[in-house]
Design a protein around this ligand. Structure first.
Ligand code: FE2
Ligand code: FE2
Length: 228
């Protein structure tokens, strides 16, 4: 549950951040603005469902900024740490206290395993879960396909494994409830893809190739001998 409601001043700043993030993510394919918004949505849903007290401002800012470190890079390496420096600079010109800024930065750093620092506070764990959930299900597969390389079978198998791994690493019961549905959706989508691929392969094997009629050698022999 949220420990309190957002103040008017916080709401105004969140609106500014949303505009900033929207513009920053407009060029990104896999980490587009819709991903960020979905992470905010999942984060709010999880926060409302759990008994822990959650700071709404810290949580929402953390979710909005979580992938900003991807912008301007292709690989996203260390995007958590990169994002934290952007958070630092952004909040320098605002009224936000050093303590709150630090809590938001920690969310950004710890939302990804690439930072090698596990989430610890309740807000950090919520954004971790919310981010993982958007990598599952139909949309998660589509986001994965944008970035992956390899054969279709390999990508699908990877997507299945990733979805399972993400599910296993969720912190909250509410996240697992959402994640279970998404994982089932992942399985169903992959099954349909596999069915379509198998069907295609069989169709190729049974291909009625336009081969010329077999040569009738007896007839050829007759023709040759008559020509003599
Ligand atoms: Fe990320
Ligand atoms: Fe993300």
């Amino acid at each position: 549950m949220f420990e309190r409601n957002l103040t008017r001043r916080e709401m105004e700043l969140i609106e500014d951040i949303r505009e900033f993030i929207k513009e920053k993510h407009s060029q990104s394919e896999r980490h587009d603005y819709s991903h960020v918004l979905q992470v905010v949505r999942y984060a709010i849903q999880i926060a409302k469902a759990i008994p822990d007290e959650v700071n709404p401002f810290v949580l929402i800012c953390g979710a909005l900024f979580h992938d900003v470190g991807w912008i301007g890079t292709d690989t996203g390496v260390l995007h958590g740490l990169r994002g934290a420096t952007i958070v630092d600079e952004y909040f320098d010109s605002t009224w936000v206290s050093a303590d709150v800024k630090k809590r938001i930065k920690r969310i950004v750093i710890r939302h990804t395993a690439t930072s090698m620092m596990a989430p610890q506070t309740v807000e950090e764990k919520i954004v971790w879960d919310a981010d993982g959930l958007d990598g599952m299900g139909l949309i998660g597969i589509l986001r994965g396909l944008v970035a992956e390389q390899g054969s279709i079978e390999e990508i699908l198998t990877d997507e299945f494994r990733e979805s399972r791994k993400t599910y296993d690493r969720l912190y909250f019961e509410e996240s697992r409830r959402i994640g279970k549905e998404l994982h089932e959706e992942t399985i169903e989508v992959i099954r349909s893809f596999k069915r379509a691929l198998d069907h295609r392969l069989k169709a190729i094997e049974q291909l009625a190739l336009p081969v010329e009629r077999p040569v009738n050698w007896a007839r050829v022999w007759v023709d040759i001998s008559q020509a003599k």
